[in-house]
Design a protein around this ligand. Structure first.
Ligand code: GLN
Length: 202
């Protein structure tokens, strides 16, 4: 049994709930998704998912409920964590493209640039080669997505796309943390969720 806490304050919660169950079925692992709204909901979590949505809203609500500190403690304690889009922004230690302060977890050695792709390309799809996945390319769905614009420490890029002739990083990994600019929960492809479950079982 793998207990997966899905941060359920705002954003694409139901989609991740569906995908992590499906990933469990495909892997033959029993998954117990828990919708996490308050600190105690993280008790006994083997993995964590932080959905996309609006990072400012998620951050403010998480701080108010005390979930922010509890999440940081669990992630730094080694609980495998997947953050997508706004969830990825929450995980970065440094933000760009944002005005003023917003509450974040600050657990990964990356800079996330909010709304990197700007107005003209607010939403788009593109096939991605992901370093740690086997098989065909992964369909990347980007919605007002961030990009990872700097890496240090032990964080590493694991997928990038070409924009105006240069590579832009859209997936970051560090220890048991995975941060994606795109939305794997909006595809039928469970490989990233399966990867999270494998980390949780390891
Ligand atoms: N633009 C949003 C933010 O900055 C993220 C968008 C998303 O999660 N789809 O928080």
């Amino acid at each position: 049994m793998v207990r997966v806490a899905i941060v359920a304050l705002q954003g694409g919660v139901a989609e991740h709930h569906h995908m992590i169950r499906l990933a469990g079925e495909r892997l033959g692992v029993q998954v117990e998704p828990v919708l996490a709204k308050k600190p105690a909901d993280l008790d006994g979590a083997d993995a964590i998912i932080i959905p996309g949505g609006e990072s400012t809203t998620i951050g403010i609500l998480a701080k108010r409920t005390g979930l922010l500190d509890r999440l940081r403690e669990a992630i730094l304690g080694g609980t495998p964590t997947l953050g997508t889009c706004a969830g990825a922004i929450m995980m970065a230690k440094r933000l760009a493209g944002t005005r003023g302060e917003q509450p974040i977890l600050a657990v990964m050695d990356v800079e996330a640039h909010r709304n990197y792709f700007g107005r003209q390309r607010e939403s788009f799809e593109v096939d991605l080669d992901i370093d740690f996945l086997e098989g065909p390319p992964f369909r990347g769905i980007f919605i007002r997505a961030p990009a990872f614009t700097d890496f240090w420490g032990s964080a590493k890029p694991a997928a990038s796309i070409e924009v105006n002739g240069s590579r832009v990083h859209v997936l970051a990994v560090q220890d048991a943390m995975i941060a994606t600019s795109f939305h794997p929960e909006l595809t039928g492809d469970t490989r990233i969720h399966e990867y999270l479950l494998r980390l949780a079982k390891a």
